[in-house]
Design a protein around this ligand. Structure first.
Ligand code: GDP
Ligand code: MG
Length: 296
């Protein structure tokens, strides 16, 4: 017993330090205007909001985004503080001519990498660099039930080269359950056909359980989600939901849609991995390319 040194407390020491510093999570939302991007973000995070610069309030008048806008929020749960940056993009593909419509979005993501690299390279480095690198891109797919638009395929391909892309079928309540299943399968087949490899990626560091979880996620993507900033009454209980022509949807009920799976994935199972993958894969690729260019 005398040989106890006490280094096992390092996990508590790390936890203490991390809790004090808090966490930074940056999400960008991409998709046509009116697909429910703002609504979904509010549905996932708004109830935990403690401090907000920007627009995440419910019951706002129609918001249409015309430029890329970042809004920062601090959310808190059991003493853990998460600084959340939500970057809203103008609906891409809204116009007749969609040539290069993804450029501003890709540029925005690269600009954040570039800003981070500059800070890393300055002689007097900040002890802690403010991280604006985008950890996750929620990509909203129109619930047509047919297939991806050619423009979606191009944009997803471009984005997947610089950021973790997580596709969702927007407003899934406009499709029946069978239609959703077929649509999901078709989209996954199209991704394979066009050689678009999306997050999550397996690494040697993953244990069996993580590999299984990633496989499950890949088989579920794109998440068929329904968002709502309003409450509805179901069996005498107030829940987040929507009324439509078929009845009432409880968005937190897994039998109604995959909102809960998406939320668990983003906040409970893959938050840390999204952040790490951004640093180790996407940012690293950007960084080595930049540094190589400097040498030439
Ligand atoms: P954005 O332009 O992509 O940000 O879309 P908004 O979040 O502003 O939503 C546009 C409209 O679609 C609003 O009237 C929302 O109430 C509605 N909406 C949002 N999410 C859903 C959904 O999952 N299902 C249905 N049926 N309507 C939705
Ligand atoms: Mg919006």
């Amino acid at each position: 017993a005398t040989s106890y040194v006490g280094f096992d407390t390092i996990t508590q020491q790390i936890e203490h330090k991390l809790l004090k510093r808090g966490f930074q999570f940056n999400v960008i939302v991409v998709g046509q205007t009116g697909l429910g991007k703002s609504t979904l973000i509010n549905t996932i995070f708004a109830s935990h909001l403690i401090d907000s610069k920007g627009r995440l309030e419910a019951d706002e008048p129609i918001r249409q985004t015309t430029e890329i806008q970042a809004a920062s929020h601090v959310i808190s749960e059991n003493g853990v503080r998460l600084r959340l940056n939500i970057v809203d993009t103008p609906g891409y593909g809204d116009n007749l001519n969609n040539e290069n419509c993804w450029d501003p979005i890709v540029k925005y993501i690269k600009d954040q990498h570039s800003a981070y690299l500059r800070k890393e390279l300055t002689a007097v480095r900040d002890r802690y660099i403010q991280d604006t690198r985008i950890h996750c891109c929620l990509f909203f797919i129109n619930p047509t039930g047919h297939s991806l638009r050619p423009i979606d395929i191009i944009v997803m391909k471009k984005l997947s080269e610089v950021v973790n892309v997580v596709p969702v079928i927007a407003k899934a309540d406009s499709l029946t359950m069978d239609e959703r299943d077929i649509f999901k399968q078709r989209i996954r087949a199209e991704l394979v056909y066009h050689n678009i490899v999306l997050y999550p990626f397996d690494t040697d560091e993953n244990d069996d359980e993580e590999l299984r979880l990633n496989e499950r996620i890949r088989n579920m993507i794109p998440f068929a989600v329904v968002g709502s900033e309003r409450n509805v009454l179901i069996d005498g209980k107030t829940v987040r939901g929507r009324k439509n022509r078929w009845g009432v949807i409880n968005i937190e009920d897994e039998r109604h849609c995959e909102f809960v799976y998406l939320r668990n994935f983003l906040t409970r199972t893959h938050l840390q991995d999204l952040i790490e993958t951004t640093a180790q894969i996407h940012y690293e690729a950007f960084r080595s390319k930049q540094l190589l260019a400097l040498k030439e």
